[in-house]
Design a protein around this ligand. Structure first.
Ligand SMILES: [Cu+2]
Length: 253
């Protein structure tokens, strides 16, 4: 009985979808947005720039240490500094925050790229890598020990493969998401590949600074994401040929 009810509901759902053009269009839009193709590329003339900083509010936390307990001849005999939250003691700038426009429907061309994520001295470099949809990542092993590449992707195809010393594999990311990448051989190793649906994003430097260029004039939502501090959103008005400033302050959750 339960089974037949379930089938009836699936079939009626299908009929409804076919009957209702609106439902189908909505579905297509949802798929398009998920694939990052809802973004329309246009020629941007006289766009503006967005600049700013991401700062930490509160006492600068002591950097966490990562316990190195394997392959010490390559990975080193000392524990390593964690990059999960890097705050500059003087400027209070937060490094490796991904700042991006989240609701921009059209703008400059998405320049797809082949970025590099290296495993070197048993750490991922860079710790946070941001790329636009359709880009690839060369995942390298610059060490002389076996590493593993474990992607915790939900939208892009997940992978979990060993990579021997000096080895490389290339993976493409077609859907926007934040994908954590770990090495299961060395439990302390982790990084993030952040895949964005449009080209308007940047990763903050060691002083928490960022710059996003050639944005069409308009009002947008801008978001800052940090792996331990979470997300913060702000509104930003961009004027033609001008520089709009937005500063984020993140606090410990
Ligand atoms: Cu490893």
């Amino acid at each position: 009985m339960v089974k037949s009810l379930c089938c009836v509901s699936i079939i009626s759902g299908l009929i409804l979808s076919v009957m209702s053009g609106g439902v189908l269009v909505y579905n297509n839009d949802a798929i398009a947005q998920e694939k990052g193709v809802a973004y329309k590329e246009i020629e941007v003339k006289d766009g503006g720039n967005i600049v700013g900083t991401v700062k930490f509010d509160g006492d600068v936390p002591a950097a966490k240490m990562l316990k190195v307990d394997k392959d010490e001849q390559t990975c080193g005999h000392e524990n390593k500094l964690s990059e999960e939250l890097v705050v500059n003691g003087e400027s209070k700038g937060v490094k490796n925050v991904v700042v991006s426009l989240v609701d921009i429907a059209s703008g400059k061309k998405i320049e797809t790229t082949t970025a590099t994520l290296d495993q070197k001295e048993c750490l991922f470099t860079p710790h946070v890598l941001a790329i636009p949809v359709g880009s690839s990542v060369d995942l390298l092993n610059s060490d002389n020990v076996m590493h593993n590449l474990h992607s915790w992707s939900i939208k892009n195809p997940a992978f979990n493969e060993g990579v021997s010393g000096g080895g490389k594999m290339t993976k493409k990311f077609d859907l926007p998401e934040v994908a954590k990448i770990t090495c299961d051989v060395h439990k302390w190793m982790s990084s993030f590949v952040v895949v964005k649906a449009n080209p308007y994003f940047a990763v903050t430097d060691e002083n928490g600074r960022f710059r996003i260029e050639n944005v069409p004039a308009g009002t947008y939502k801008i978001e800052a994401w940090q792996e331990k501090l979470g997300k913060k959103t702000s509104d930003i008005a961009v004027k033609s040929k001008e520089e709009a400033v937005v500063d984020f302050v993140l606090t410990k959750k």
